[in-house]
Design a protein around this ligand. Structure first.
Ligand SMILES: C[S@@+](CC[C@H](N)C(=O)[O-])C[C@H]1O[C@@H](n2cnc3c(N)ncnc32)[C@H](O)[C@@H]1O
Length: 298
């Protein structure tokens, strides 16, 4: 008991000192998963499609041609590729922190997409450009939403739109507890904790609240959940690691291989349902127009 409370005090201390999994760790994680990230796209891309709509790209409010699109935290370029397929007059800029993910966007460069390998927040601070449409797929929790949405607002043209899809609270049910338990059991192996859970929106209400606060008006918001089943705990963990769903978690530990057995043991205990091991991905998406008044909701 004393050992456990000493561990949690140490973790809180590290969080206060901002010794947590950070942008460099996420970059390293996505460099690792770049070659397997297509597994995520194959299963989850159909949900991303909900924010890539011709009506949004043919933005009547800004009435600019070509429409300037920012694919923010573009990864391997799924969103940019979909936009190009729509064959609309667009000028696309795609930004990502991971050079390995961007290597998979080489075909997009040939199609006129401007690729930028840069931390997203730094890009938004430095760019002199503005955009009519910002699309951000599955990356919101890697940023402090209060800072990011303010930056989006500043870089959007009047009447411009933002489309986001992100994991929401309740996703990867029990995985946070599993990691905390394994960390508490292996305190000497813990390099730094992770606080990404604080950046997950609470469903549609949470997402709307975040955006309204920054002066965005909702056009469309919805949420959903999908569950995947695996034959073994190893298969489930491999899916989470290879798709980036657990990005940053390896960096929690000095030696991940040493704790992997404990993680698998906990998955076996917590995730078993009717002869399979199940994991849920809960998500929320929204399309928001720039044009409201700042601070409508706290
Ligand atoms: C789950 S992937 C999503 C990729 C793409 N948007 C999609 O829908 O497939 C998350 C992406 O966010 C990027 N990312 C994470 N933190 C970032 C940051 N601070 N700045 C820029 N990109 C970041 C990662 O490198 C990764 O490519």
């Amino acid at each position: 008991m004393i050992r456990k409370s000493r561990f949690y005090s140490k973790m809180i201390f590290k969080i206060l000192k901002k010794e947590v999994v950070n942008q460099d760790d996420y970059r390293a994680s996505y460099n690792e998963v770049a070659s397997t990230y297509q597994d995520w796209i194959a299963q989850m891309g159909r949900f991303t499609d909900r924010i890539i709509k011709p009506a949004i790209l043919l933005n009547k409010t800004t009435s600019r041609v070509p429409v300037r699109v920012l694919d923010f935290a573009c990864g391997t370029g799924y969103i940019s590729r979909k936009v190009i397929e729509m064959d609309l007059p667009c000028e696309i800029t795609a930004v990502d922190i991971s050079e390995r993910m961007l290597e998979h966007c080489a075909d997009l460069s040939d199609k006129g997409v401007k690729l930028v390998n840069m931390e997203g927040g730094a890009f938004l601070n430095e760019t002199k450009e503005t955009f009519d449409v910002i699309l951000c797929g599955w990356a919101l929790p890697y940023f402090q939403h209060k800072v990011l949405l303010k930056q989006f607002r500043e870089k959007l043209s009047e009447g411009g739109v933002v489309g986001v899809i992100a994991n929401s609270k309740g996703t990867l049910h029990k995985m946070e507890e599993i990691f905390l338990r394994v960390m508490a059991e292996n305190p000497g192996n813990v390099r730094k904790p992770m606080n990404i859970a604080l950046q997950l929106p609470k469903g549609t209400e949470g997402l709307e609240c975040w955006f309204r606060y920054h002066g965005f008006v909702p056009v469309e918001i919805d949420e959903g959940e999908v569950t995947f089943s695996f034959d073994t705990p190893e298969d489930l963990l491999a899916w989470l690691n290879q798709t980036g769903a657990l990005a940053g978690t390896m960096q929690i530990f000095d030696n991940y291989e040493k704790v992997k057995r404990d993680i698998l043991r906990e998955i076996k205990k917590e995730k078993y349902r009717e002869r399979h091991y199940e994991i849920n991905h809960k998500y929320v998406y929204g399309i928001f127009r720039n044009g409201g008044v700042n601070g409508e909701h706290a």
